[in-house]
Design a binder for this molecule. Structure first.
Ligand SMILES: [Zn+2]
Ligand SMILES: [Zn+2]
Length: 330
């Protein structure tokens, strides 16, 4: 039995105050640095949840693991630099895929410009061009002044073949998802619990193939969702914290079937089926302002209540963090 407590919108200063906590003895911590999908969305209508793209930091069992390198990675890089100073930093970056909104922060990640640092980048095939080529090409002239192979830090890029591996004591399982090109989701098993990260994913089947007739019972649609996503439900069984693509509400989704992004209602049902403890809505649509995202959270909570579920729901927001603590440690 694990507990996950949201610490709220901490702001960067509060995260910095955790400096003194030794990495290995600290509880598992999830920090959100970028939560937006597709393209950054700065501006007054997105200040509550944030406008930077996909980047989540996990501190677990002495490891610093970064999930995706969207534009939120820039802020994390500043924070790590402030925390570690001249001390050597050892970081693992797990990429779900190489779409822009998941890699654009990499050239602006300050730790790669310090020779004492080690960055190990892990991911799967970059759209048939090789992971290293894809990551390097976005930093080639004329796109960027410094090449990835020229940066002072020790950067190692590894294209994964296996779907299960370890980062120190943290076990990681990957799962191919329904999204254009090669894209995966990850589940990390730390001593305090597990965190699953599925930033870009459309559950199967799309509404195109689901029962359409108005007289079709809702239970049939749920049965479809359940049978078509059985593997993913098993993969996510009893996850403590699930971070998942919920880009569209039900109405919007009808116009975006097959685009590779999530429908909120389906994701909530999936999380309930899998016995997930806490769900974070993620990959917020660039056209959704703060009010719309808050509305989606309320809708998702109502869905859970209507099924007497215990699933807790939040929308991921920049600067928020969550701690997981095994019961034995409380
Ligand atoms: Zn994306
Ligand atoms: Zn994508």
């Amino acid at each position: 039995m694990k507990t996950a407590a949201i610490l709220g919108k901490t702001g960067l200063a509060e995260i910095a105050s955790a400096k003194q906590v030794s990495l290995s003895s600290a509880p598992t911590r999830v920090s959100f640095w970028g939560v937006r999908g597709s393209i950054p969305t700065p501006g007054p209508s997105t200040v509550q949840y944030g406008g930077n793209t996909s980047c989540v930091e996990i501190r677990a069992d002495g490891q610093i693991i970064i999930l995706d390198a969207g534009t939120g990675l820039r802020l994390l890089g500043q924070e790590l630099t402030a925390e570690f100073g001249d001390r050597s930093l050892d970081v693992t970056l797990l990429l779900t895929h190489t779409h822009w909104d998941h890699i654009q922060g990499l050239p602006f990640f300050l730790p790669v410009y310090k020779p004492q640092n080690h960055l190990h980048i892990l991911g799967y095939e970059g759209a048939r061009h090789g992971l290293e080529n894809v990551l390097s090409s976005q930093m080639e002239s004329p796109f960027f002044p410094i090449g990835l192979r020229e940066v002072p830090a020790n950067v190692r890029i590894e294209e994964l073949k296996e779907m299960s591996f370890n980062i120190g004591p943290v076990r990681v399982q990957a799962c191919l998802v329904n999204h254009p090109g090669i894209c995966v989701g990850y589940r990390l098993f730390a001593s305090d619990g597990s965190v699953a990260f599925f930033p870009d994913n459309e559950l199967r089947p799309g509404r195109k193939t689901a029962p359409q007739a108005p007289n079709v019972a809702k239970t049939n649609a749920l049965e479809f969702l359940r049978s078509e996503n059985r593997e993913m439900i098993d993969f996510l069984r009893d996850t403590d914290v699930l971070i998942m693509d919920t880009q569209y509400d039900r109405e919007e989704y009808k116009q975006h079937v097959g685009w590779g992004h999530g429908c909120l209602d389906d994701v909530v049902m999936l999380a309930l089926e899998a016995g997930v403890k806490q769900l974070f809505l993620f990959h917020h649509d660039p056209n959704h302002d703060d009010a719309k995202i808050s509305q989606m959270v309320s809708h998702a909570r109502q869905l859970v209540a209507s099924r007497n579920g215990a699933l807790r729901i939040e929308a991921a927001r920049e600067g928020a963090r969550v701690e997981l603590r095994a019961k034995a440690r409380i």
